[in-house]
Design a protein around this ligand. Structure first.
Ligand SMILES: [Cu+2]
Length: 241
């Protein structure tokens, strides 16, 4: 009787805790690893807006998110560079048509590359806020833009924009680099879950052993029923005081 109550009291909250933690780990992993809206979906499904407005956002985790991946060539573009992060970023559209900057480039190599090709537009966003600008769209083609803050390109802070055409489908842009990435969250969640299950099983097994080896009541914090009172002496004449 006492054993089953003990097991219920221990196991039910523990199982609820495991469920909540697993849910948090899995849900968190999905949320953190959600691909950005910048996923490469070029082509007719993403036509240029009219008039030519273009919003690109720097998000925490060293990533850009764009309102479109395609604009019209040879026209004026009103760009709104939104810095949704608390650190400085730049939007620097490199004037190198059809070229992908090697991801192995160091900050100094990236500076040299930008010096070599020049920038179609370069916006400094020193802090959180919106930084509007206009620039003249180049001829038909596609271009890479980067953040020129040292080390940000190396964290995959870059993207592509096409003028008068779809982006080549083989261009890949990584998701925001928030923390360690989803594989680490999945592994961590699994380890935490296994540890909790181990603890729960320990309680269950411990409860069973407790049932086999009954503990003396005084060790459980309450005394054994009081010993029976000694029998009263037989009635008789009271001794003189
Ligand atoms: Cu940056």
């Amino acid at each position: 009787m006492r054993t089953s109550k003990f097991r219920l009291r221990t196991v039910v909250p523990a199982v609820a805790l495991v469920t909540i933690l697993v849910g948090l780990a899995v849900g968190g992993g999905i949320a953190w690893s959600a691909p950005s809206a910048r996923a490469e979906v070029p082509g007719p499904a993403n036509p240029p807006t009219s008039p030519q407005t273009y919003t690109v956002t720097a998000v925490p985790g060293y990533a850009f998110q764009e309102s479109t991946t395609q604009l019209q060539p040879n026209t004026t573009v009103s760009i709104s560079f939104v810095n949704a992060d608390v650190i400085a970023h730049t939007y620097t559209l490199i004037a190198a048509q059809g070229k992908v900057i090697p991801t192995s480039y160091s900050p100094s190599q990236l500076n040299a590359y930008e010096s070599q090709w020049g920038a179609i537009v370069w916006i400094n966003a020193t802090g959180t806020g919106t930084y509007p600008a206009t620039f003249q769209a180049p001829a038909k083609g596609w271009y890479e833009f980067v953040c020129m803050e040292p080390g940000h390109f190396q964290q995959a802070m870059y993207g592509f924009i096409a003028f008068g055409m779809a982006l080549p489908s083989n261009l890949t842009v990584s998701s925001p680099n928030v923390g360690a990435g989803w594989p680490v969250y999945v592994i961590t969640g699994t380890i935490v879950t296994l540890v909790i299950i181990t603890i729960v099983l320990g309680f269950v097994v411990g409860g069973r052993k407790g049932a086999q080896h009954e503990m003396p009541p005084e060790r459980l914090g309450y005394p054994e029923s009081p010993p029976a009172a000694p029998p009263l002496p037989p009635e008789g004449p009271k001794p003189p005081v």
